[in-house]
Design a protein around this ligand. Sequence first.
Ligand SMILES: NC(=O)c1ccc[n+]([C@@H]2O[C@H](COP(=O)([O-])OP(=O)(O)OC[C@H]3O[C@@H](n4cnc5c(N)ncnc54)[C@H](O)[C@@H]3O)[C@@H](O)[C@H]2O)c1
Length: 415
Amino acid sequence: MDSMIRDIQLAPSGQLKIDWVEQHMPILSQLKREFSERKPLAGKKAVICLHLEAKTAYLALTVQAAGAEVAVCASNPLSTQDDVVAALVQNGVTAFARYGASDEEYKLHLNKALDFDPDILIDDGGDLVSLLHSERKEQAQKIIGGAEETTTGILRLRALAREGLLQFPMMAVNDAQMKYLFDNRYGTGQSVWDAIMRTTNLVVCGKVVVVGGYGWCGKGVAARASGLNARVVVTEIDPIKANEALMDGYEVMPMIEAAKIGDIFITVTGNRDIVRKEHFEVIKDKAILSNAGHFDVEVNKEDLKELSTSVKVVRNNIEEYTFADGRKVYLLGEGRLVNLAAGDGHPAEVMDLTFALQALSLEYLINERDNLRAEVYSVPEEIDRKVATLRLGALGIEVDELTEKQKQYLSSWQE
Ligand SMILES: NC(=O)c1ccc[n+]([C@@H]2O[C@H](COP(=O)([O-])OP(=O)(O)OC[C@H]3O[C@@H](n4cnc5c(N)ncnc54)[C@H](O)[C@@H]3O)[C@@H](O)[C@H]2O)c1
């Protein structure tokens, strides 16, 4: 199939980006070497729907090295890096993606990727799987299985499974410990701040940072804000998480109160309308609004438009909304995942863990295909531990082993 991309001439710059991350993804490199010999995905077609930047490209090349024919499409039109996509095509991967694709183009790209006729897939947020369970139901029958990258996608998968509608096995990669403990917490924590700082070129210390949602991502975003000497306010709906935020040293209050004092807002809940009309009505002048949750529904853009007398782009990735009373707010990256829409996403060393889990999950799906049903599966503990062990090995770090006496002690009820 022919690729649909911006410009193949961009490939050299994309290749440099891929070469850079390769140097910092030792686990995936090791798997790529192993896979090149064993070819565990030989003869299979894989579609990868992820943020199309260099780390994802290296995953696609690893899956290709495992013997699969690979096609990629974007999980978000604003995170696609056209040069990286061009480099992938030059490496023999089929690609359907372009930075800034319209909603129609984005959907066309997803459909084109499914026309590639995959046996296995990787999804991020559930758009591909959703299509296979609505407009392309007949194709779902022949999918061996897939792996889901993020919290929001897994919520959708569980909803499908609950209604008995899921058509093939899906691995919940997000729920592996080596994923959420590092990718969601430290990856999002660091890359969100990298994106906000490079986009605004404004100071963070001394400002009031409001973090909407204190899950794995929220904890990372709040910790990094605190490390930058911001005053951190957390909003939550879960009383347990709210207590956790308090004991971690942050202020907790409802968004309606936080809106009045916040300078920088980051929503990361996986839910919708976290900052909406009633909050905009009281929000502090010149507040910066950003979102790191999967979909661009956490900051309500319709409400923003309705309340604004003018909207203009004032800097790359910053839209200024002016309200009737003259107050202004600044929305970063159109309210899409700020770390990807206005940055390069998670650090390579973090994505090395997540993508090692993805690659091993695809191999698991093929090896276990006869034993798996149309359900949402946890990544097996052996895979989680293998990735943890490979990382320590790559860092040259050793850990202790249990002695026989310790094993006995831990398994006995008498001492
Ligand atoms: N930006 C990235 O690179 C990145 C990386 C990983 C995950 N994600 C996405 O980030 C989102 C959060 O992921 P997570 O792993 O932290 O999920 P999580 O389930 O661990 O945390 C979400 C938190 O939001 C809270 N919440 C829900 N509704 C709320 C509301 N109305 N107000 C305040 N808090 C509310 C929940 O109680 C929970 O504590 C998801 O959409 C996920 O897909 C983004």
